[in-house]
Design a protein around this ligand. Sequence first.
Ligand SMILES: [Zn+2]
Length: 130
Amino acid sequence: MIHPMLTTQQILKGCKKCGKTLKGRSDKKFCDDYCRSSFNNELKSVSNNLVRNINNALARNRRILENLLPRDGQKAKVNREKLIQQGFQFRYFTHTSTNRKGNPCYYCYEYGYLPLENNWLLLLKREEEE
Ligand SMILES: [Zn+2]
């Protein structure tokens, strides 16, 4: 008969950092403070990387829109494919707004686009407002 204190879960449960079998209290997650702090530091650096990657993607998106827009403040019609080819990532934008017709505009900082039909986009720069 299996000892009631040694359920399979407890036997398999190891330190979250190094995987070593834990002794002592059943709610223990780490063998010692060293494992605890290095585990937490790794978690932190994973989320720092995530923030950095998203910031980089937003900055790249912004640069791509900026480069495709004429300097004179005119709007430009561009195909979605062209943006993707340049590394534009549509899932990242800073905010949205709706125009007078109720269509959504997606912005990466002051540059944005309004989706049109057939994968065309109208690129625009936010007017000074507010
Ligand atoms: Zn450990």
